[in-house]
Write a protein of this length. Structure first.
Length: 306
């Protein structure tokens, strides 16, 4: 299986285990799974897309099996998943894939482009010897404009175009210095781990202490480590994490497929025959995709976890 959503994978584990399945019970989350049958005895290719209501981006969750990623049915599968994401109201479809994975070029050929790169760092031991006082506090509604300003200052335009800011202040932490917002971090937690999306101004005073106090506050353990996603434009944070004994994963390419005109584009693309299938109770509804020349596709429909 090829996982394409690092935050979901690292906080909830496999989608086929209990913790992963529980994310699909939240009313604000939608998941859609499609199957593209393959010819000549090859195994079918399966893909899933997820969406959180009200956001501008949907995400590819996984593709499987891994050894069928080069299947010629991949473009058809991507069209079906992109269509569903557009039907939900998403403007962009995102995926994270290792640069050396064969899926990287295959997804680019299927309409995705690279907008940034990142590495995910893992900490599984609590930091000791720090003061109990912490400069971090929970984000509040009054911090919203300051967070937006910091995001606009630090995030490159190419990234902002692909991944518009979607604030979740309820799971954010902030640090103010001299009356200005110096850092914001979004914390996504699950039974398998804690995932951080960092936004620390490079001019923040004593950034190593800021980062250390954040990690200490989250109490990482081997069974529930803390993961920090560091984008290529934030590479100055990587030596600090290395000094804390963090391990690092392979570099990932962040991919986007723009869907703003998805409804119009889909009619111009080779049409697909979409066959509705049945799913077991509590599982995502599965759609079977088959390239079918000039056959007219069935209208897309919403699928939501119960």
């Amino acid at each position: 299986m090829l996982y394409l959503d690092s935050a979901l994978r690292l906080t909830h584990g496999s989608p086929f285990k209990l913790a992963g399945m529980l994310t699909r019970l939240r009313s604000s989350n939608e998941f859609f799974t499609a199957i593209a049958p393959a010819a000549d005895g090859a195994r079918p290719l399966i893909g899933q897309v997820s969406y959180h209501g009200g956001e501008k981006c949907a995400r590819l969750t996984y593709l499987m099996p891994l050894d069928e990623i080069s299947s010629p049915v991949l473009p058809a599968l991507m069209e079906a998943l992109a269509w569903q994401a557009g039907d939900w109201g998403a403007f962009h479809l995102l995926a994270e894939v290792e640069e050396r994975s064969p899926a990287f070029e295959r997804l680019r050929a299927a309409g995705f482009s690279t907008y940034a790169r990142q590495r995910v760092w893992r900490l599984e031991a609590a930091l000791t010897g720090l003061s109990e006082a912490t400069p971090w506090r929970a984000a509040a509604s009054l911090d919203e404009q300051a967070v937006r300003n910091l995001h606009a200052q630090m995030i490159p335009p190419l990234v902002q175009a692909a991944e518009p800011l979607n604030l979740h202040l309820s799971r954010g932490l902030v640090v103010h210095q001299k009356g200005e917002l110096a850092a914001y971090v979004e914390v996504t937690g699950g039974p398998a781990g804690i995932y951080l999306q960092l936004l620390i101004h490079p001019d923040a005073a004593d950034a190593p202490t800021l980062l250390a106090s954040l990690i200490a506050r989250l109490h990482p353990t081997p069974k529930r480590p803390v993961y920090a996603a560091v984008r290529s434009y934030e590479a100055w944070l990587e030596p600090l994490l290395e000094d804390f004994g963090a391990g690092v994963g392979p570099r990932q390419a962040l991919l986007v497929r723009h869907l703003a005109n998805a409804a119009r584009v889909m009619q111009a693309l080779p049409r697909l025959n979409v066959l509705e299938g049945r799913a077991e109770p509590g599982a995502p509804i599965v759609r079977s995709i088959q390239a079918a020349g000039e056959m007219t596709p069935a209208a897309p429909y919403k699928t939501q976890e119960p």
